[in-house]
Design a protein around this ligand. Structure first.
Ligand code: NDP
Length: 599
């Protein structure tokens, strides 16, 4: 392995993809795409506006709302109202129903509350319909449907200091109050398009993958053949995790499929398999899912040695790094030598992933273009056993844009390097807003104590204690990974832990007759200081990486981006810290107040 040559090649490929406009290269879905705001799956029912009071209002009915709702119910807090813009629970799994959608992290750790609900995932990597059904199962099991408001978007959350409660206003005319509000809006729920000219001029059909148009394609989310694409020429723009899953299905269905690539994904082995019920009965002993969660997180983030229960591509790199470090003589256990061991393992892994392309893709020119030249954790790693194979299907063609992206869309098709590819349909697999402001993605403002708005409070970047509490916003909680474990390989683990923490805090306040909970400014500042003392960012995603949302499109993230970090000692350290913090019962850094005493 010529490491110097590899480093040079990685930088060359990164430079091709660097752009001065960073995140501004993308635009929101408007015009012909504005229908993404409508719900094609569930009819909307009329109801009277709510003007009552609840103990807890939760914004968002995805995994975050479900796991927090579950923990609240377990803690005996029954009065929980989930407000959700979709027509049912599920969040990302409600909206994203593209063919081939499945979890990329093993179901046993990805699907929350399996032990509590008694569900055995049918496959190591469950497909989307099963995950959506599991969301409904959690909703039913914990009685979360009873007071849920579907097809309802929060428009405004305002703190009413005189009554120590929040007023929740929605697009359905609701104006109810809640003693506590919790927000779990999801990191990737606002779809985006490339900001290229001509998208609206296209005369054929087009849609974004998050709103798959089965009326046009035929087929269904469970993978039935897309028979209406027979004889059709289709373009897919983008080759990220979504495209990797839906391209094999399109390749089977279309007469001609053009896959427009700007940066190849790294596509490692998937090795999916049905779950053997006898094996599952053996592992599913009391406490099994928590053990699996801790084992996966520990292995994947380097905090654990020993047995690897999940054994997949996510834990593979960590296994290699550990083995290499264990082989170092004691005098070589320096940060530099350990970083070197990490880089060596990563080069080795990526060489294997690139070699895999050659063993699968028959056309050498196409194979060469499908090779990813960057560190595995620079961009979201992908795992699939049919994506690369799809480029052997007659009629499927890779159009590589050499890092520059498609130039424009015309009335007839897609243009790259001056060549127009005529198609009947353009499918945008172009991803979601990730690094934009929280309130922009949420679609509502949070107005806290003394009229302070969250947008203003976070103008220089997110500031929280544990990623959950914000000074100036009493009785409000946020459920998301940043400034906590920041574990990207298994987002639900972040959410289940946050849900447990919040339920314990609210239980404590109710038991002791406290009306208000607020993080002190000192505790918030101290937490931020601790976070900034670590390496920061997403593991592996440095400025040397090819651009993407992991590294702020390759631009200096500034303080805003730098604050998108996790615990300096990693996810496992955060989870054990937060468990000690919440079980101590003192909730250090939070102030619990009675209204009468404050006034
Ligand atoms: P991504 O943002 O990962 O991918 C968007 C794609 O569009 C990229 O390949 C990007 O290229 C490409 N693109 C953008 N602009 C242009 C352009 N002008 N010309 C050509 N190509 C362009 O979105 P996805 O929907 O694929 O995935 C988003 C995230 O959702 C994932 O990273 C993952 O976290 C999550 N996800 C999870 C899944 C799971 O767990 N099962 C499945 C699918 C998604 P470039 O790379 O150069 O920016």
């Amino acid at each position: 392995m010529d490491k110097e040559a590899l480093r040079r090649k990685y930088l060359e490929e990164r430079d091709k993809r660097l752009r001065p406009d960073g995140n501004d290269q993308y635009v929101r879905l408007t015009g012909r795409f504005a229908h993404y705001l409508d719900d094609p799956y569930t009819p909307r029912t009329e109801r009277a506006p709510k003007t009552d009071h609840v103990t807890v209002a939760f914004v968002g009915g995805g995994f975050a709302g479900l796991v927090t709702g579950a923990r609240l119910k377990e803690a005996g807090i029954d009065d929980v109202r989930i407000v959700e813009k979709g027509g049912d629970f599920g969040g990302t799994w409600y909206w994203n129903r593209y063919p081939g959608a499945q979890c990329d992290t093993a179901s046993f750790v990805y699907m929350p509350l399996l032990e509590e609900t008694g569900h055995m995932p049918t496959e190591k990597y469950a497909h989307a319909p099963e995950i959506l059904e599991h969301c409904r199962r959690i909703g039913k099991h914990y009685g979360l449907y009873d007071d849920a408001l579907f097809h309802t978007e929060v428009q405004d959350l305002e703190w009413d200091a005189s009554r120590s409660r929040w007023t929740v206003r929605t697009n359905r005319g609701d104006a109810f109050t809640a003693q506590f509000v919790v927000m779990g809006i999801g990191p990737l729920h606002v779809p985006k398009l490339p900001g290229i000219p001509g998208i609206d001029d296209f005369r054929g059909h087009s849609f974004h993958t998050s709103r798959w148009d089965y009326d046009y394609t035929g087929g269904d989310p469970s993978g039935a053949p897309m028979d209406r694409l027979a004889g059709k020429r289709v373009a897919v723009i983008g080759t990220g995790a979504t495209a990797v899953q839906c391209v094999p299905h399109l390749a089977r269905a279309c007469a001609e499929l053009y896959v427009f690539q700007r940066t190849p994904s790294s596509v490692d082995v998937r090795d999916n398999r049905p779950t053997d019920p006898a094996w599952f009965a053996g592992i599913a002993t009391p406490g099994w899912q928590q053990r699996w969660l801790e084992n996966f997180t520990g292995n994947q983030t380097g905090g654990l040695t020993g047995e690897d229960l999940v054994m997949d591509g996510w834990t593979d790199i960590a296994r290699r790094v550990r083995a290499r470090i264990a082989a170092l003589p004691p005098e070589d256990l320096t940060p530099e030598k350990m970083a070197q061991a990490y880089e060596d393992c990563d080069f080795e892994k990526m060489e294997e992933i690139r070699a895999r392309v050659d063993t699968i893709v028959r056309d050498p020119e196409t194979a060469a273009k499908l090779k990813a030249w960057y560190g595995q954790l620079c961009k979201r790693p992908c795992f699939h056993d049919e994506y690369l194979q799809a480029f052997n299907v007659p009629g499927t063609r890779l159009v590589d844009t050499d890092g520059r992206g498609v130039e424009r869309v015309t009335e007839r098709g897609v243009v790259v390097a001056g060549v127009e590819y005529e198609v009947d349909c353009v499918i945008y697999a172009s991803g979601f807003e990730v690094t934009t402001d929280y309130t922009r993605r949420a679609g509502y403002e949070l107005t806290g104590r003394d009229g302070v708005r969250l947008t203003g409070r976070w103008a220089e970047g997110m500031r929280t204690l544990h990623g959950i509490h914000v000074h100036g916003f009493p009785n409000a909680f946020i459920v998301q990974p940043a400034q906590g474990a920041n574990l990207i390989s298994n987002i639900p683990h972040n959410l289940t832990e946050a849900g447990r923490t919040i339920a314990m805090i609210i239980r404590h306040a109710l038991d002791h007759g406290f009306d208000e909970i607020e993080v002190t400014e000192e505790a918030e500042n101290a937490w931020i200081e601790l976070l900034l003392s670590g390496p920061g960012g997403i593991l592996g995603a440095s400025a040397d990486c090819t651009p993407g949302y992991y590294n702020n499109e390759g631009r200096d993230p500034g303080m805003k981006g730098r604050l998108n970090i996790g615990h300096p000692q990693g996810a496992t350290a955060y989870f054990s810290y937060i468990d000690r913090w919440r079980t101590s019962g003192t909730f250090e850094g939070l102030e619990f107040r009675e209204r009468a005493r404050r006034m």
